[in-house]
Design a binder for this molecule. Sequence first.
Ligand code: COA
Length: 381
Amino acid sequence: MEPPAPGEVLMSQAIQPAHADPRGELSAGQLLKWIDTTACLAAEKHAGVSCVTASMDDIQFEETARVGQVISIKAKVTRAFSTSMEISVKVIVQDTFAGTEKLVSVAFSTFIAKPVGNERIHLKPVSLLTEQDRVEHSLASERRKIRLQHEETFKNLMKERSKSDDAIGDGEEGTVSTKSTSVQSIELVLPPHANHHGNTFGGQIMAWMETVANISASRLCQAHPFLKSVDMFKFRGPSTVGDRLVFSAIVNNTFETCVEVGVRVEAFDCQEWAKDQGRHINSAFLIYGAVDDKQELVTFPRIKPVSKDDFRRYYGALARKRIRLGRKYIISHKKEVPLRVHWNINNQVSLSDGNVEALQKLAAKSGWEITSASEKVLPDH
Ligand SMILES: CC(C)(COP(=O)(O)OP(=O)(O)OC[C@H]1O[C@@H](n2cnc3c(N)ncnc32)[C@H](O)[C@@H]1OP(=O)(O)O)[C@@H](O)C(=O)NCCC(=O)NCCS
């Protein structure tokens, strides 16, 4: 990885046993924490004030990293809007013995400059030094439209579903109930989990979420789950030092060799804790694969939803999969992509023709890593 350009932040970490899961691979929670910290430092370099994570776009992990290898994370602000800014993050794993370097992930997150008192901070524009900076700057506003419409797109797909039939999947009956995959855990937010203003780090919350989601997935497959991707999500409200965070995870649905786990996070300060009235600060959806003792991919059993909530989660997972597929389809098909995308029933796609054109332009550029990464389409996506 080249040295950081002006405005970029570079983190390099040698992977130690304490960072690894039982298979000796870098734990996804640790990586999410490093990604969020690097992105936060890039945001603060631009803003000049303390910043917090507002949202994270879909993240896919293309490579795993092992103890003894080196992780390099580069982050920079691609565009400042009013109080929020988009950060691009690129993660590379280096094996210094083998002399190899592989792309692990390209991700985008949004950070908000924390207001000083009651005053909202309006950010200065980003200086665009290269052609690539300019391309990313224009794409950033396209990606922003997608993320701000994400909840609406999801709701529309769910409405369509409830209007049409309620047959399960492709008409095939599932066999397994998800009841036994329900996991709950609790964490007390302490000063090391937060910035100097006492705001909990988004990456720390992501790492805790990953722990419970991983346990939930393992209950279904009795094998070692590994995180393949995280669906786009938003931090709905803040959390601070002293909060108790309650994490609830359950398997929502399975897709042959992968499984979607949903995690809900509620925060309670001392008074809220006594009254049992929490704040829903975040829900995220994590997609896992799993390997058995012979390192072979496990095929998950099909789910049989029973309760009303089971059905909501089951169809929610299908809708999210369709949205992810739509985004991936557009990015991976370069010039052949049609401008009308068929994955949304009403063609109410969250991607306008302008979005598609902009994404095509980026995908067609040589050396833009997500293109080659997304060509390695995994069976579920
Ligand atoms: C992020 C947060 C401020 C947005 O709240 P909101 O009520 O939607 O606020 P607004 O509508 O005024 O939007 C504020 C900014 O957030 C942006 N925003 C809102 N939803 C977003 C999303 N899903 N993704 C990216 N940016 C988003 C808006 O575009 C706006 O940006 P702008 O000022 O540059 O135009 C609020 O949800 C929050 O405080 N979240 C917790 C953040 C936090 O503490 N994170 C650390 C982990 S707990």
